[in-house]
Design a protein around this ligand. Structure first.
Ligand code: NAD
Length: 325
């Protein structure tokens, strides 16, 4: 019999790509989300539009399911997470989703569950030096994330692990580091740096100026969506629970990221650094543990991922412009 898989958050960026991948692998897939996918139709066998904060919705979507991938969360980029305005919503909404989903998984004897945590749960004090951040999995404690989003992720990691300890539910947890690619949010305030910068570059005329939050010297690494999915599937197939980093080790400053995108777009623009929410000073994935446990780690270059993402955002912004005219 075909394995039956539930993707919570299947209407979102990573969840949407995951549904496609699981369908390509031949599984029966149910997706659940508050909304359908924005940029393409979902190949899910069943798509339930529902609110996972509601335990009755969770009960329904978990019925007859063998494995769950839990990606639903109230989230966004720096403009959503670091302003403070959305703190209570982020904590309340995402914690409720996780509490409901894991309890239903237990009640309905689901075999295993994947949970998507985030690099945002790492302590801020290890990410003050942009050239030398420390993000090995064992550096998580003493905990001091710089956002409530990170605190909720840490709480939920512990929630899933406690269900594994107390009820034998098989749990696998990844800490994602900045995933990007086509069909990700690219405008509206919840987009992340690569998408926001691709949009700014796409919309600005040659010789013009783009604004970047902070001094632009803050560093990050960015992982292309296909490699993220590869890591998730390998983790789910392994006997390792994690939490484990799934991210790229190719660290770059935000100003240099903008320059890389300009190069791909073949445009010369000026950068204006302005005050704005920017998060920690430095962040990079540490892939020693994933290599040790899964014998694999992401290897695709940032440039190669951006070469696939920029044209998609350029096309989206042209479509949006045409609509406005
Ligand atoms: P996304 O916002 O595109 O997807 C999350 C989905 O969850 C959305 O489609 C949203 O509608 C859905 N959702 C929110 N509240 C819900 C509710 N109450 N009921 C049902 N669905 C609900 O984000 P994404 O980038 O695809 O991220 C997926 C997961 O990975 C999230 O848990 C996120 O925290 C985590 N993560 C992502 C990144 C990244 O760089 N994209 C980095 C670290 C962690």
């Amino acid at each position: 019999m075909k394995k039956k898989i539930l993707v919570c958050g299947g209407g979102g960026f990573i969840g949407g790509h995951l549904v496609k991948r699981l369908k390509d692998m031949g599984y029966w897939v149910r997706a659940c989300d508050l909304k359908r996918n924005e940029f393409s139709s979902s190949p899910a066998d069943e798509f339930i539009v529902g609110d996972l904060r509601d335990p009755l919705v969770c009960k329904k979507v978990v019925e007859n399911i063998d494995e769950i991938y839990q990606l639903a969360a109230d989230m966004g980029g720096a403009g959503y997470i670091f302003t403070g305005d959305n703190d209570s919503a982020v904590m309340h909404n995402s914690a409720l989703i996780n509490l409901n989903v894991v309890e239903e998984a237990r009640l309905q004897n689901v075999k295993k569950i994947f949970y998507s945590s985030s690099a945002c749960m790492y302590p801020e004090y290890n990410q003050l030096d942009p050239d030398n951040p420390k993000l090995s999995e064992d550096s998580a404690y003493p905990a001091a994330p710089d956002s409530e989003y990170g605190w909720e992720k840490l709480f939920s990691e512990r929630l899933y692990l406690s269900y594994q300890r107390n009820y034998g539910l098989e749990v696998h947890i990844a800490r994602f580091h900045n995933i990007f690619g086509p069909e990700g949010t690219w405008t509206g305030g919840k987009e992340k740096a690569p998408a926001a910068l691709c949009r700014k570059v796409a919309k600005t005329e040659e010789g013009g100026e783009i604004e970047i939050w902070g001094d632009g010297k803050q560093t990050r690494s960015f992982l292309y969506i296909d490699e993220c999915l590869e890591g998730v599937l390998r983790l789910m197939d392994s006997d390792f629970s994690g939490p484990v980093n799934i991210g790229s080790q190719e660290m770059i400053s935000i100003n240099d990221l903008a320059k890389l995108i300009m190069d791909i777009a073949d445009k010369k623009l000026n950068i204006k650094n302005i005050p704005g929410p920017e998060g920690v000073r430095g962040r990079n994935s540490d892939n020693a543990l994933i290599k040790e446990k899964l014998g694999w780690a992401p290897s695709e270059s940032l440039r190669s991922g951006l070469e696939k993402t920029y044209p998609w955002i350029l096309q989206q912004s042209k479509k949006a412009l045409a609509k406005d005219i």
